[in-house]
Ligand binder design. Structure first.
Ligand code: G6P
Ligand code: ZN
Length: 543
């Protein structure tokens, strides 16, 4: 076997977005498309010769063949060893866990997260650094630059590795270790949570429904919940990872996880419901007839962290993405710890976690995690909730309402306008940006504008600056409207409108969110000229 140097030409548009390069499968199937990107990753790194790389993905269509290609390219580029999940499968948080545990040089995650899969669906690839987290912008920009000038890539002409069998194999001089996809991750979870208490909870008749959405969390949830924690068989539904996710959209929100919502709103609903996304880094938590908003979930976890063994000594700080509600800020204030506000994208939490400034992080987009890995972690969040339910004997709804009573409530909603024309979307954002200077001090439907700006973030650890991270209209009563374009979509553009209203009056914290936010919704539509500019009178998804 020998290494081949293959002459290639740059592809346009290989720019990593919020979370790596995501394109439709057909784009990735073009000859050299994946190879160019992988070589560009390697060309942007230094000092990996002889070191270990972790490779795994969410099992979606194209995962297996992409893994084989990456293994052969890693060998030809001089890596010493690759740890790869059995069948090419590793959830995103599991990749992070394995990189950290084995002190690997970095890792490659193959996933388009919650985007649909299958031959007509999406595929994705991203690089994670030695701390286990997504590469910072400095690296993703170098990767992109490299994709624009690439002239050749290196690949071994060795035969495919058998990914089904655990154990060692060799590609030229590089060792390949096919590892159990779940074991290292499950061990990490066992060290953080009170598994005895959760086991007792299940043996007392507590019932749960975990929706794996036919994606990668299934094997993790089955092994941990039904295996280690003794939850009855059948607790995990849609638990087999399928290459096309059974045709479903593996994004855990009340719209896409409708089966779970139906179960949790049904007559004989279990005590606790949860779902995770394509690559198992997102989570949705549901009580009986009660869906928890991700922003509230972050606040509840932070407020009660001391009840969980892994966080017994308290948390150093909290970080949330800018559009996430300010519920966690109030918890942080009460705990006397800092709360950081970062741009959207888990990568912005990495420095804060590495520097020990924060312990728990969360995003409105159904992401929650902590310093145990450097990715958001769906199964972790769900186990955290289970641990809280076991430790307090309270229901999901009781824990959330208790938080509202103690800290006030941030009514919150996100309105998405999916697949709109990119020019329309850019025009809408440009128009908003132009309006910003004149907005401060204005009254809109009785709401007084306090700050109107385009969010810019200076990383407190390395001083790097990220600009244009979302248009914010902040009102004097603490309410906010945020507009930004999604960085993860693959079809046209997706406009996200985030709405938040703070309510400190105990008598008024129990209204339905959309009603409580009606004024802000109207202001957002007017300011953004959404219907006129996009032709849409209603959002595609409301969470
Ligand atoms: C991914 C990222 C998150 C981000 C989310 C939404 O899941 O890991 O950090 O919040 O996408 O991003 P978007 O740019 O689509 O709003
Ligand atoms: Zn995901």
């Amino acid at each position: 076997m020998s290494n081949q140097v293959v002459i290639t030409m740059p592809f346009e548009g290989q720019q990593p977005g919020t979370s790596g390069l995501r394109k439709s499968v057909t784009v990735f199937q073009q000859p050299a498309y994946l190879e160019n990107f992988v070589q560009s990753i390697f060309d942007s790194l230094e000092g990996y010769q002889g070191k270990t790389l972790v490779v795994g993905g969410d099992g979606r269509f194209h995962n297996r063949s992409a893994v084989q290609t990456i293994l052969k390219m890693a060998a030809a580029n001089g890596f010493g060893k690759v740890l790869v999940g059995q069948n090419g499968i590793l959830s995103t948080p599991a990749v992070s866990c394995v990189i950290r545990k084995y002190q690997a040089f970095g890792g490659i995650v193959l996933s388009a997260s919650h985007n649909p899969g299958g031959p007509d669906g999406d595929f994705g690839i991203k690089y994670n650094i030695a701390n286990g987290g997504p590469a910072p912008e400095k690296i993703t920009e170098a990767i992109y630059a490299s994709t624009q000038t690439i002239r050749e890539y290196r690949i071994s002409d060795a035969t495919d590795i058998d990914l089904n069998r655990l154990g060692s194999a060799q590609i030229d001089d590089m060792q390949v270790e096919v590892i159990d996809s779940v074991a290292d991750y499950a061990e990490l979870m066992q060290g953080l949570f009170d598994f005895d208490a959760i086991r007792k909870l299940f043996s007392s008749g507590f019932r749960m429904c975990f929706d794996g959405m036919s994606a990668v969390s299934g094997p993790y949830a089955k092994a941990i919940l039904e295996g280690m924690l003794g939850a009855p068989k059948g607790t995990v539904i849609n638990g087999e990872p399928l290459e096309d996710f059974g045709g479903l959209h593996p994004d855990p929100n009340p719209v896409n996880a409708s089966q779970l919502i139906e179960i949790m709103n049904g007559k004989d609903a279990p005590d606790f419901g949860a779902a995770s996304d394509g690559d198992a880094d997102r989570n949705m938590v549901v009580g009986r007839n009660f869906a928890v908003s991700p922003s509230d979930s972050l606040a509840v976890l932070a407020a009660n962290a001391k009840l969980v063994p892994g966080y017994r000594n308290g948390i150093a700080g909290i970080a949330r993405s800018m559009p996430t509600s300010t519920a966690a800020d109030r918890v942080a204030k009460a705990l006397g710890i800092p709360c950081y506000e970062t741009p959207t994208g888990w990568k912005f939490f990495g420095n804060l976690l590495d520097a020990g400034k924060v312990t728990i992080c969360g995003e409105e987009s159904y992401g929650t995690g902590s310093n145990h890995v450097r990715e958001k972690d769906g199964v972790w969040a769900i186990l955290f909730w289970l641990n809280l339910l076991a430790a307090t004997g309270k229901t999901v709804e009781e824990l959330v309402r208790e938080n509202w009573v103690q800290f006030g409530r941030s009514y919150y909603s996100r309105h998405d306008y999916e697949s709109i024309d990119s020019n329309d979307a850019n025009g809408l954002m440009k128009n908003l940006r132009e309006k910003l200077p004149s907005l401060a001090g204005q009254a809109l439907r009785g709401y007084q504008v306090d700050v109107a700006d385009d969010f810019s973030y200076t990383d407190p650890v390395d001083g790097s600056v990220s600009q244009k991270q979302g248009v914010r209209i902040i009102f004097t009563n603490g309410s906010r409207i945020v507009f930004r374009l999604s960085g993860t979509g693959t079809q046209g553009a997706t406009l996200r409108v985030y709405l938040e209203r703070f309510e400190g009056d105990q008598a008024r914290i129990n209204e339905p969110s959309q009603e409580a936010l009606a004024d802000l919704i109207a202001i957002a539509n007017e300011l953004g000229e959404i219907e006129a500019r996009t032709g849409r009178s209603e959002p595609t998804v409301v969470t």
